[in-house]
Design a binder for this molecule. Structure first.
Ligand SMILES: NC(=O)c1ccc[n+]([C@@H]2O[C@H](COP(=O)([O-])OP(=O)(O)OC[C@H]3O[C@@H](n4cnc5c(N)ncnc54)[C@H](OP(=O)(O)O)[C@@H]3O)[C@@H](O)[C@H]2O)c1
Length: 334
């Protein structure tokens, strides 16, 4: 069926400046790590992409290894772009990454120029694009000189294959050094992509400060701890859920859902209910409470989840007492 984008798509989404750049990103962006692989239902994924774009989500986040199998999420997305969104390319920010193992042999992993340049070319082919808007180095590589990895990001921009560059999962000190090298090369780092949720707060310990000081944007991933920070696992593991899917590639596994975590989830769920929100909505608002967080990456397996998560924008603020109660729960004193 032909798709016509909603004429109201820019009415409700908020757009935030990405660090000190000229680029605005939506408060919520869509990630395609899971649910868009060759093993997934194509029409379901297509409905998610359409619904996202209709809701003002202009940013779609990919990586070379998303699937499964690796690469297939980019192929799927390329097909959807072509069939539904081709005339909207200039309204869309597409990102991809390389840094984890992608192909056999010594040149399919980590941070060498050899790997990153080939990977970006492959990603462009799979998505049917001439350029990506953002290219990330996916994780730090202590064995490759930072000058080589950052020099490669700079080269991608100079070749016109990426408009902006970013880094993912670099710690505060690694980030400071990468930003310095990129600045010297004349290609400033646009954005950092770290994991952040109520259960994983490492970025509060220095990274956010570096990004704030240096004027670099921040887009956070796995804000729901892959679904754990929702009410879905409170009564056992549903058959249709990421934890039951056995997808591999870092996906949530059943043994990560411990009684201790579920106890915290139940208490957080009660606080969310008092706010008139689902736990998913509250968890999304919580990561967004820091103004240095430019955008939050949503990962959804169904269009209804996207709707639920987007409703978080209706009640994003927290009272001081609510934040304190959440802190008490997270500290195990709830
Ligand atoms: N840079 C990196 O290294 C890195 C690593 C990981 C992810 N990422 C990016 O971040 C994106 C998001 O990560 P993520 O998928 O782990 O995010 P997440 O939001 O923590 O988890 C998404 C999962 O939570 C569940 N969910 C989502 N919305 C829900 C709702 N409203 N109600 C109930 N359940 C809901 C769904 O689980 P079910 O599938 O069980 O329904 C969904 O698949 C990825 O797609 C990717 O773009 C980047």
């Amino acid at each position: 069926m032909n798709y016509q984008a909603s004429p109201n798509r820019y009415n409700t989404m908020r757009y935030n400046r990405c660090g000190q750049s000229g680029l605005l990103l939506p408060a919520f962006s869509l990630g395609l790590w899971h649910n868009f692989g060759e093993i997934d239902n194509y029409e379901n994924g297509r409905s998610i992409i359409r619904k996202a774009f209709d809701a003002g989500i202009t940013h779609f986040d990919l990586a070379n290894n998303y699937g499964p199998p690796p690469g297939s999420a980019e192929t799927t997305f390329g097909k959807m772009l072509k069939s539904d969104l081709a005339s909207h390319r200039d309204e869309i920010i597409v990102s991809t990454k390389a840094g984890w193992q992608m192909w056999e042999g010594p040149y399919g992993d980590h941070g060498s120029k050899k790997y990153l340049m080939a990977s970006l070319d492959q990603s462009l082919m799979r998505m049917g694009l001439d350029y990506v808007d953002i290219f990330y180095h996916h994780r730090p590589d202590p064995d490759t000189p930072l000058e080589e990895t950052m020099g490669t990001l700079d080269l991608m921009v100079r070749q016109g294959k990426a408009l902006y560059v970013g880094i993912s999962s670099y710690n505060a000190e690694e980030t400071r050094q990468a930003l310095r090298v990129l600045k010297e090369l004349g290609t400033p780092c646009l954005i950092h992509q770290p994991r952040y949720s109520m259960f994983d707060r490492w970025i509060e310990d220095g990274l956010l400060e570096v990004l704030g000081d240096e004027g670099v944007g921040c887009i956070v991933f796995s804000p729901l701890e892959q679904g754990l920070l929702t009410n879905k696992y409170l009564k056992g593991i549903p058959k249709v859920s990421r934890a039951a899917s056995g997808r591999g590639n870092g996906a949530l596994e059943a043994d990560q859902i411990t009684a201790e975590k579920l106890n915290l989830v139940a208490q957080l769920n009660a606080i969310a209910a008092e706010r008139g929100q689902s736990l998913a909505q509250m968890a999304l608002c919580w990561v967004k409470r820091d103004p240095r967080v430019t955008s939050v990456l949503l990962g959804v397996s169904r269009p209804e989840q996207l709707e639920d998560s987007l409703s978080a924008l209706e009640n994003p603020g927290f009272g001081e007492e609510e934040l304190l109660r959440i802190e008490e729960v997270l500290a195990g004193r709830g």
